[in-house]
Design a protein around this ligand. Structure first.
Ligand code: S3P
Length: 260
C-alpha cells in the first residue's frame, strides 16, 4: 500500500497540472473575448454553452462522481464568464428607463449570462428603509423617496462588475446621473406606452401608476421624462417586440463598440 506522503505528492502534482490547464483555458477565453471585440461577433453564445455542457455530460457517462465533477466545471465556466465580462466591460452597466421598460428582466439575463453581480436600486431602498416602496410613498411622499434613491445610488458607487437596475424616475435628478456615470455606462431601455401598460397593469406596486393605469398617463409622463432619459444614456435600446436575448446582445454589442 502506498504511504500518505506519496499520495499527497501525487495530489499536489494534480493541482499543479490543473492550475496550468486552467491558466491555459483563461488564455483561450481572453483570445475569444478579443476576437469578439475586434470583429463585433455576438457576445452571448447560449448555444455554445449548451453544447459544451452536453459534451461534458456525455464524457462523464455514469461516473460515480459525475454530479460533483459537473459542479466543478460549472464553477470553472462561471469564473471564466466573469473574466470575459471584466475584459469586455471595465465598468458597471446601469439600466435606466420607464417603468415596465424591461430593466429587471434584462438585468437578470445579463447576470446569468455574464456572471456579473446585480443590484436593484429599489431593493436597496426597501432594505435601507425596511419598508416597501409603496409604503414609503404613502407615509413620507415622493420627495422623501427620491432622497432615498439618491442615497442608494451614492452607496453603490464602490461596486464593480455590477449591473445596476435603476427605478424609472432615478434620472430625473441630475446628481443621480452624475453619480452613476462615475463608475457605469448608462443604458436606456425604451418601450412604447402600450407595451409598458401591458407589462405593468397586473401590479399595484408602483405608486406613481396607481390610479393612473392607462396609456394616456404613461405617454404623458414618458414624454415629460424623455429628454432626461436620452441625455443620460450612453446607449439606447428599443425593447418592443424583441426577446430578452436579442435586447441583451444588442446592448452588449453597443457597449463594446462604445469602448473601442
Ligand atoms: C418609479 C419607478 C419604480 C420605483 C418607484 C418610482 C418612477 O421603479 O422606483 O415606484 O418614478 O418611475 P421601476 O421603474 O423599476 O418600476
Amino acid at each position: 500500500m502506498r504511504d500518505f506522503r506519496e499520495i499527497n505528492e501525487d495530489l499536489d502534482l494534480c493541482d499543479q497540472k490543473l492550475l496550468e490547464l486552467l491558466k491555459q483555458r483563461l488564455g483561450y477565453v481572453e483570445e475569444i473575448t478579443e476576437k469578439k471585440k475586434i470583429l463585433g461577433l455576438p457576445i452571448l453564445q447560449p448555444e455554445q454553452d449548451k453544447e459544451r455542457l452536453k459534451k461534458l455530460v456525455s464524457a462523464l457517462g455514469s461516473h460515480p462522481y459525475g454530479e460533483e465533477l459537473q459542479g466543478v466545471f460549472q464553477q470553472i465556466w462561471q469564473a471564466e464568464k466573469r473574466v470575459e465580462s471584466r475584459n469586455l466591460f471595465d465598468f458597471n452597466i446601469a439600466l435606466i428607463g420607464f417603468m415596465g421598460a424591461g430593466k429587471s428582466t434584462v438585468s437578470r439575463y445579463l447576470k446569468k449570462t455574464l456572471a456579473m453581480d446585480e443590484v436593484d436600486v429599489d431593493s436597496v431602498i426597501v432594505k435601507d428603509e425596511n419598508m416597501p416602496i409603496k409604503e414609503i410613498f404613502d407615509q413620507f411622499g415622493e420627495a422623501y423617496f427620491r432622497d432615498c434613491e439618491s442615497k442608494a445610488i451614492i452607496k453603490l458607487q464602490n461596486r464593480r462588475q455590477t449591473i445596476i437596475s435603476c427605478g424609472g424616475g432615478a434620472v430625473v435628478r441630475e446628481e443621480n446621473v452624475t453619480n452613476l456615470k462615475k463608475t457605469s455606462r448608462i443604458v436606456l431601455l425604451t418601450a412604447s406606452p402600450e407595451t409598458v401598460l401591458e407589462r405593468v397593469k397586473g401590479s399595484d406596486e408602483r405608486p406613481i401608476l396607481n390610479g393612473n393605469m392607462n396609456v394616456e398617463f404613461i405617454k404623458e409622463l414618458m414624454e415629460k421624462r424623455a429628454e432626461q432619459y436620452r441625455k443620460a444614456a450612453d446607449v439606447i435600446i428599443e425593447t418592443d417586440h424583441k426577446s430578452v436575448e436579442q435586447i441583451c446582445e444588442e446592448l452588449l454589442k453597443a457597449l463594446v463598440k462604445l469602448d473601442r
